[in-house]
Ligand binder design. Structure first.
Ligand code: UD1
Length: 441
């Protein structure tokens, strides 16, 4: 188990390059199964979810090499169509391998995916999209078995613009016979990134970002090279961290329009923002003020993943801010922990009302999930004394060297290991050994 500690009260100062996008690299790694040769994926963040994807690819028989931020995948040796339960449970994105494996081999055997517990996370839309393309799917005893001797193009109508279901439909359709139209697809930038990658593999796909995606399937061509887009949720996190701690932070290597809804919120709370072509800088002086109601929505709306993090940045803002969570049922699990710092937040169903307080006091908190964990660290930056975040391994699923990057900006953050667990391993069981402070920067 990992514990991340932060001593609040230091403003952030400096420049930070935004890492590659987790939610882009994972489906692109799955898509690499469809190549006819080696693909090289660049700007891959160093995250535990990426490690899991590498393990899945190797399990399937692919040759995978990693060099710095580049991952090379050669699927020509692929000789399996299953994903073991232990790898499925590690992350939500394991489910996007379903469409790719099925498209490549005509068969896929897996189980239900893990990932952050944000309330029910069904995969009915993934399965109905694959069925529409001709897959026969059998769900028994927690196992999902998909068969399709031949996938055929079809009309996929998504009741909700699910990111994962859109990706699975695109992956399966890219090896189906004829044209597939995906109606009401997710419009997130990660979908456009997957489209770009599939085009490099020779798939005729268009429409990402709009109301209908068209995919014309084809056989595998050679390999491809691709650079993953910057992570908009990580960029949003750095903006919110600067708002919480105060100071001046410049984000480089980002695509500002991808997180404009968060930048606008940050501006409204009192930050001075400068937008460049691939950079955003913020300067934050106290006092911060509450902002207009924030309602999460599919892209280009306010991202649900940034909701806990913006909330953390507003804990000491003057006035009351109202949040509405429309995507996931259980995405306020961070609230009870933030209250322990002295935050005033009430929750009623999908609504949360935050009343800014003058002061927060450090406490020991438990990260409930990836973004909730990041939110606690962001809150800790402005709390008096030390905030300890237990189960901080969740954070390593989405943030590359979170502690080091914060330290580089001037924060006082360090990692404690409890027993034999490591930073990267959120699921490592507790060991009885005494707390050991491993590192303090
Ligand atoms: C992706 C992101 C996650 C983000 C979420 C919403 C990845 C790896 N994760 O998750 O960070 O929070 O988008 O932006 O990219 N739904 C169904 N049936 C389905 C699938 C989804 O009802 O078969 C519902 C979900 O319960 C949820 C909504 O659709 O209410 C959106 O979920 P979805 O877009 O699928 O999220 P993920 O792809 O899991």
């Amino acid at each position: 188990m990992k514990i991340l500690s932060v001593e609040g009260g230091r403003p952030l100062e400096g420049s930070i390059r935004v890492q590659g996008s987790k939610n882009s690299v994972l489906p692109i790694m799955a898509a690499s199964l469809l190549a006819g040769g080696e693909t090289v994926i660049r700007n891959c963040p160093d995250l535990s979810d990426v490690d899991v994807s590498v393990r899945i690819l190797r399990h399937l028989g692919c040759a995978v090499r990693r060099e710095g931020g580049a991952i090379a995948v050669d699927p020509r040796g692929m000789d399996r169509s299953d994903i073991p339960d232990c790898l499925m449970r590690e992350m939500r994105s394991s489910v996007v391998f379903m469409g790719a494996i099925l498209a490549r081999t005509g068969f896929a055997r897996l189980s239900y995916p893990g990932g952050c517990e944000l309330g029910p996370r069904p995969i009915d839309l993934h399965l109905s999209a694959l069925r529409e393309l001709g897959a026969e799917i059998d769900e028994t005893g927690g196992r999902i078995i998909c068969r399709a001797a031949r996938l055929k193009g079809g009309m996929v109508r998504l009741a909700t613009p699910s990111v994962g279901a859109t990706e699975n439909a695109m992956l399966a359709a890219s090896r189906a016979e004829g044209e597939t139209l995906i109606f009401n697809p997710a419009r997130e930038p990660e979908i456009a990134d997957l489209q770009d990658f599939l085009r490099k593999l020779g798939t005729d796909v268009s429409g990402a970002g709009g109301p209908v995606i068209s995919v014309r399937g084809g056989g595998p061509t050679g390999g491809a090279e691709h650079t993953v887009i910057p992570d908009r949720i990580v960029a949003a996190t750095w903006l919110c961290a600067a708002c919480s701690a105060g100071g001046r932070v410049e984000l480089t290597g980002c695509i500002p329009e991808h997180f404009e809804s968060v930048t606008e919120a940050v501006e409204a709370l009192g930050a001075e923002v400068k937008r460049g072509a691939d950079s955003v800088s913020v300067r934050v002086k106290r006092p911060r003020r509450a902002i207009r109601p924030v309602s999460t929505a599919p892209y280009p709306g306010f991202p649900t993943d940034a909701q806990p993090i913006l909330m953390a940045a507003l804990l000491r803002a003057q006035g009351t801010t109202q949040f509405t969570e429309t995507i996931f049922e259980n995405r306020y699990r961070h609230v009870s922990e933030l209250r322990r710092l002295g935050a005033e937040i009430s929750v009623d169903g999908t609504q949360a009302v935050l009343r800014g307080v003058k002061e927060l006091r450090g406490e020991t908190l438990t990260a409930p999930d990836l973004r909730g964990g990041a939110a606690m660290v962001v809150a800790g930056l402005t709390a008096r004394g030390e905030t300890r975040v237990v189960d901080a391994g969740h954070i390593a699923r989405g943030y590359e060297s979170f502690d080091d990057r914060l330290c580089a900006l001037g924060a006082d953050v360090w990692i404690e290991h409890k027993g034999k667990g490591t930073y990267e391993d959120a699921s490592q069981p507790d060991q009885p050994a005494a707390f050991q402070q491993a590192r303090r920067v």
